[in-house]
Structure formats: C-alpha cells, structure tokens
Write a protein that binds this ligand. Sequence first.
Ligand code: ATP
Ligand code: MG
Length: 400
Amino acid sequence: MTHYKTILPAPVDAGAQATTLGVMGGGQLGRMFVHAAQRLGYFTAVLDPDVASPAGLVSHVHVQTDYLDEQGLAQMLRRCAAITVEFENVPAGALYTLGAHLPAAPDFEAVSTCQDRAREKQHFVACGVPCAPHALIETAEQLAAVPDALLPGILKTARLGYDGKGQIRVATREALAAAWQTLAQAPCVLEQLLPLVFEISVVLARSAHGEIVTLPVQRNLHRDGILAVTTVPAPGVSEALAGQALDAARRIAEGLRYVGVLCVEFFVLDDGLGGLQLVANEMAPRPHNSGHHSIDACDVSQFELQVRCMTGLPLPAPRQHSAAVMLHLLGDLWFDPQGRERTPDWVGVLALPGAHLHLYGKAGARPGRKMGHLTLTAATPEAAQDAALQAAALLGIAPF
Ligand code: ATP
Ligand code: MG
C-alpha cells in the first residue's frame, strides 16, 4: 500500500496514543533505525524471534515471534502506523501480509526482487545498468551448459546469501560441479570472477512521491567477503564516475518504484582504455553497512532517511560535513593472537579526536560477527585516514 499521507509523531500526553513505527528484524540495522525513529519522537515495535536482538533491546515494543507467526504479525498490524525492514531475507509473505494493511517501505515486490540474485541482475539489466557476466544454475543441464568464459568464477546461491556466505570460488568445470553439490544443488548464479580495481556503493532514499536523495559515493574494502572499511569521500572516484554510479542507482530505484532506503554496490573495473568502468554487484533494500558514516559525518543519517521515507516526511538532500573512514568491528577483535578473550582498547580509541564508537549490544563475540563499527571523522580526508589507521593499530585491524 503506497501512502501519500504524512505520519507525524503524535504527542504521548493527553491520552493520545503514540505513533509507532514497526521494523521487521532486530539486528544492528534495526537498532540504529529505532534510535533514529525515537529521536524524532516515534515509538517503535521490532519483530524478531531472538530475545536478545540488538533492536529488540532498545525498542518500546519487542514482538518476539517468528516472522510468519500470525499473532506476531497481528500485533504489528495493531500497533504500527507503517512498516520497514532491516534485512532483505524477511520472509516476503510476512511483508505481503503487513503491506496489505499498512504503508510498507520498501514493499513486498522490491524486497522479493532483492531476495533473489537472478531477479536482481535481470532488474539491473532492464534498467540499463551492466552487471557481471553470469548464468543461472538450477538444473544439471544448466550446469553442463555453462560457458567456459564464466570460469574462473564465483558460484553464489540465488537466495539467502550474505557476507560472502553461500559463495564458492571455482576455477574449473570439475570444481564448479563439486561446489554446486556443496551448496546442496540450490538454485545458484555463477558469476565471472572480475578483476576489481576497487568497490563503491551508493545509498539513496526515495519517497512515495518519487523524490530521490543520495548520500555521497562510498569506497569499500572487503576482507573475506565482509565489508571491512568504508571511506567517504571515495578516493580515486572522479566526479564523472560518481555521477554514473548515482545515476545508475537512481534508475535502479525508479525501476522498482522503490520507497525507502536502498543501497547499490558496484564493482569498479579497468575499461582497458585507461579509464574505469562500473558494474552493479547487488542491492540491499535497507540502510547498509557502508552508509554508517552518515550518522556522524552527514547532517541526515541513512536511518533518519529510512524514517522519513516511511512516514512521508520531507527528504532534504543530505550534506556530508566531515570526511570519514568507517571501520567494521568484527568479533575477531575480542580475541588476542593466542585466541584468548580480551576487551578491545576502547579507551585508546576514544582518545582519538573524531572517534565515534557504535557497539550493537551483542553478548557473544565470535569471529566474523558484526559487533559494532567505529567512524573517524575529520576536517580532511587525510586526517580521517590517519586517525582510522591509528584506531586500526590499537584494535588489531590490519592496515589498509
Ligand atoms: P553482502 O550481502 O554482505 O554484501 P554477499 O554475501 O551478498 O555480501 P557479494 O556482495 O556478492 O556477497 O560478494 C562479497 C564480495 O566478494 C564482494 O564485495 C567482492 O569483494 C567479492 N566478489 C563478489 N562477486 C565477485 C565477482 N564476480 N568478481 C570479483 N569479486 C567478487
Ligand atoms: Mg555484497
């Protein structure tokens, strides 16, 4: 249900019922959404089965049921004025049910497209945005028919992948066949392994009226398939390349008649002519790790944009007021080289000017688990980079 009415935060006094915004999923992205919504005077409801979900812990209401639980969904319908999502794998059926009665930003259609790598790539191509050469593998015949040109490649499950999970790099046809077995013959996409020069992303917000605003282009460094470092402004990105990325992201959002915050990740390749070329990798129907800097380095964060989209509030263009480098804090940092548990040196880190520490309230640190992020802001990109390298050294993050 698209809506054009503005949903304002109602006063809590005088017996009026507070206006409650709902989010499906209680991870860290939901937690930062809750913070942004509450700052604007809304109440929040989080649906997540986990008793200790990071967003559930800080929300006015935590509906602790499965995503498809009828009573859980009924509670969300009763309480909420509008709904959003914090991860793309919220069962589409749940969003379909909620969206039939409440404004949902993004809606069921858009989230369904993002849930499936094959559909996602079709959408990019339909919008005139190139993506990696690829083939769909759902049957043994399709496996046998894969063109040699896609090897070496990366076999990715079409659904439910994240942080490089459900992905296997393959160099030969034999390795490809074995990898498909390992992935339980699930529907997959084989992508050609591209020689990346670097990676960038664009976070945008689109209102129900079709207005679009964007955050500045972000440059991302991944390690082991997980985002490790984001730098903004993006070094090595010319105005022309940034313009192309922003334009491609806008077309992708418009093609979905998307309402909400959307992130599009891009690969940057050598075009063989001394220039750079853009290829869309994937999109996320929600705020994105690479947009976290916006909380501290921009005058409107990606989470506030999410609130504004779902409530029909105005969408002024965000302005980046500080240069920023964001470091992802994975659970690995809670262990010393001998594997003994430790507390990262927060005191040292917080002594650095412009250090903004965000911890997500997760109890158990495990290698690879996203525990928090640290944004270093400064007046110049050089100073932000310098502070980020100092923070990395204190925390045991390899230099970049
Ligand atoms: P997330 O959702 O957390 O971003 P994901 O599991 O969906 O991750 P992808 O974005 O598909 O994974 O891939 C993770 C990383 O692996 C990319 O950011 C890139 O560094 C590398 N990668 C993926 N596909 C390719 C490719 N075709 N060629 C080269 N590198 C790739
Ligand atoms: Mg990705």
